[in-house]
Design a protein around this ligand. Structure first.
Ligand code: PGA
Length: 253
């Protein structure tokens, strides 16, 4: 049985004080959420304070990105995965479509970030997903297969325990347009098949695959009812504790 993960990606929102307030507001609302792992990803500057304030709770903290470099060094503006861990993070999101499309991150960079996260003791949440144009051209599966194989290349069998996939169709992110549960299920099953081909059936069976893209309290239960959807990566709807808690406490499947 795969334990679901509900992760909130706060993107570039909230000051430290606002992040702490929201995290502390979330805490009592999800204390009984033993059915899933609850994760929030504040901005870099708020990670340490938020993680400290959440210590002992069932909410874990994620970085939204990390450097391709494992070791510290002369890389202005970068933060290593180990530094995120040092600040209290236990997960790191890599390859988010905003990183890929706005900051031109390549599959090779995503792979290095994924490896950096894992080797630093974090669990990497690796995002994949096609654009609307790619989907309309019938290329969605090829794109996702390419991102998956290249992002996960070089990982050992034990590394795979520290990987969570997130399928985030670019056309559904921040647009209010969610993939239907059937569309999402189809791609999640595909991702699991590709993962089984590249690694093993056992690893594929254990792999958590989150859906992301306009997830809200109204659509979470339908998504979670699908066999291959093991949680959600939530953007906009994670910014308010009350709304995010409704998503976390979705009706159990
Ligand atoms: P959204 O963002 O929920 O606002 O669509 C999801 C994401 O970017 O992870």
């Amino acid at each position: 049985m795969r334990k679901p993960v509900i992760a909130g990606n706060w993107k570039m929102y909230k000051t430290i004080a606002e992040s702490v307030d929201e995290a502390l507001a979330l805490k009592p609302l999800v204390t009984n959420a033993n059915h899933c792992e609850v994760v929030i990803a504040p901005v870099f500057t708020a990670i340490k304070t938020v993680a400290d304030r959440l210590e002992g709770s069932n909410i874990k903290v994620a970085g939204q990105d990390c450097s391709t470099e494992v070791e510290e060094g002369p890389h202005t503006g970068e933060v290593t995965a180990f530094m995120l861990r040092d600040a209290g993070a236990s997960y790191v999101i890599v390859g988010h479509s905003e990183r890929r499309h706005v900051y031109f991150e390549t599959d090779a960079m995503v792979r290095k970030k994924c490896q950096a996260g894992i080797s630093s003791g974090l669990t990497a949440i690796m995002c994949v997903g096609e654009t609307l144009e790619q989907r309309e051209q019938g290329n969605a599966e090829n794109i996702v297969r390419g991102q998956l194989n290249s992002g996960l290349g070089g990982l050992t069998a034990s590394d795979l325990n520290r990987i969570i996939m997130a399928y985030e169709p670019v056309w559904a992110i921040g647009t209010g347009r969610t993939a239907t549960p059937e569309q999402a299920q189809e791609m999640h099953a595909f991702i699991r098949r590709v993962f089984a081909e590249g690694h093993s059936a056992k690893a594929a069976e254990a792999l958590r695959i989150l859906y992301g893209g306009s997830v809200k309290p109204e659509n979470i239960a339908g998504l979670m009812a699908q066999t291959d959807i093991d949680g959600a990566l939530v953007g906009g709807a994670s910014l308010k504790a009350k709304t995010f808690a409704q998503i976390v406490n979705y009706q159990m499947r």
